[in-house]
Design a protein around this ligand. Structure first.
Ligand code: PEP
Ligand code: MN
Length: 378
């Protein structure tokens, strides 16, 4: 499937001052002084192309700071007049859209908590009918590519052609070092569906802390994302929202100066030839890996039949333990990452169990087997 969006290249609607494209500003506009001082410091770095600020904040719990509201739009107007930086705000309903447009905001973005809800996205899309303004759509909170795609389609159908996506990571049940799991594969899938769609990475909301932002930013750039949205604050320690993940404009400038910028392609012929050779080698190995996996599965098949005929259970925990410990030790010796090896073996083992279940219960639990096959490939 390809995603058909009618869009204009990002460079035609954002004046990118410096590579990489940088959108920065406070998580929330708090006071006129905070917003203006931050904006001036950002502009002075010469590295920032767009000033962002949250005016209406979607908060998890009531009673937390829910954004300064409309007055903040006046401050943004002033910041733009004084610094020349175009402005961007999050909109979550038709009223926000109308107010932001009336205040001359240059770019709108749809937040992760809004992208999850097609009613909300449609309300925003309806309010944007006939308006020519750039819109960036953050990924939904949950890792659902279709919801992200659907939101982009709704906004595009409203006639918005200056369209981009923001990858801000996904909420996960499991605790990890990140506030929101990057799950890069979803952003890559979106890019594969629609290569023309610009994707901007938001390392601030992925990391949830300052320390990891350079790592995630560099990785996003290495994955050929078109830019970064990084939260910044005059004094992050006293920020009213997302204090741990904001950086000072000076820290931002220093961080950005250390990024390595790489090209998506090289025009050098020697490089192209060498890369083509290496890719051929990879293709051959991938084919071998698949052949070997198919061989492994055919042995699984035999084992399944054998266990069925002898009324033995599919799973023998001891055997699985043995596979895991022996193979991970071997993988370690081969300098393969243990975590990767474990995940790979679990996937292979899961498929073996599914196949054996199929053999043992032929014709009895077809719907369940089909559901598990689908779950496995997801
Ligand atoms: C934000 O950008 O400040 C924000 C609320 O982000 P998200 O929608 O990604 O949580
Ligand atoms: Mn924030």
């Amino acid at each position: 499937m390809k995603l058909q969006l009618n869009i204009q290249p990002l460079e035609s609607w954002i004046n990118v001052k410096n590579q990489p494209l940088l959108i920065s500003g406070p998580c929330s506009a708090e006071t006129e002084d905070q917003l203006l001082s931050t904006a001036h410091l950002l502009a002075a770095t010469g590295k920032v192309s767009v000033l962002r600020a949250g005016i209406w904040k979607p908060r998890t719990r009531p009673g937390e700071f829910e954004g300064i509201g409309s007055i903040g739009l006046e401050w943004l107007k002033r910041a733009k007049a004084e610094t020349g930086l175009p402005t961007a705000v999050e909109v979550a309903n038709a009223k926000h859209v109308q107010e932001a447009l009336a205040a001359g905001v240059d770019i709108l973005w749809i937040g992760a908590r809004s992208t999850v809800n097609p009613f909300t996205v449609q309300e925003i899309a309806d309010a944007l009918q006939g308006v020519d303004i750039p819109v960036l759509v953050k990924n939904p909170v949950n890792p659902d590519l279709q919801l992200w795609v659907g939101a982009l389609e709704r906004i595009n159908k409203a006639g918005i052609t200056k369209l981009g996506a923001i990858h801000r990571g996904f909420s996960s049940f499991e605790k990890s070092a990140f506030r929101n799991e990057p799950m890069w594969e979803l952003a890559i899938q979106l890019k594969t569906l629609c290569p023309e769609l610009p994707i901007i990475n938001d390392p601030s909301h992925i990391c949830g802390n300052r320390e990891l932002i350079p790592y995630i930013s560099q990785k996003a750039l290495d994955l050929d994302m078109q830019g970064l949205m990084i939260e910044s604050h005059l004094d992050p320690s006293i920020a009213w929202t997302d204090a741990k993940q904001q950086v000072t404009p000076a820290a931002l400038a220093e961080m950005v100066s250390k990024f390595t910028l790489r090209q998506a392609e090289s025009k050098n012929e020697e490089f192209a030839d060498k890369l083509a050779d290496l890719r051929k080698d990879i293709d051959k190995i991938d084919d071998l890996v698949l052949q070997k996996l198919a061989e492994r599965m055919s042995i699984t098949q035999k084992i399944g039949e054998f266990k069925r005929d002898n009324k033995v259970t599919i799973l023998q925990v001891n055997r699985w333990d043995e596979i895991m410990s022996k193979r991970t030790a071997f993988a370690k010796a081969l300098k393969l990452d243990v975590n990767f090896t474990e995940k790979f073996l679990e996937l292979v083992h899961g498929e073996s169990i599914r196949r054996q279940t199929e053999i043992m219960n032929a014709g009895k639990v077809d719907a369940g087997i089909a559901a598990e096959a689908h779950a496995d490939v997801k």
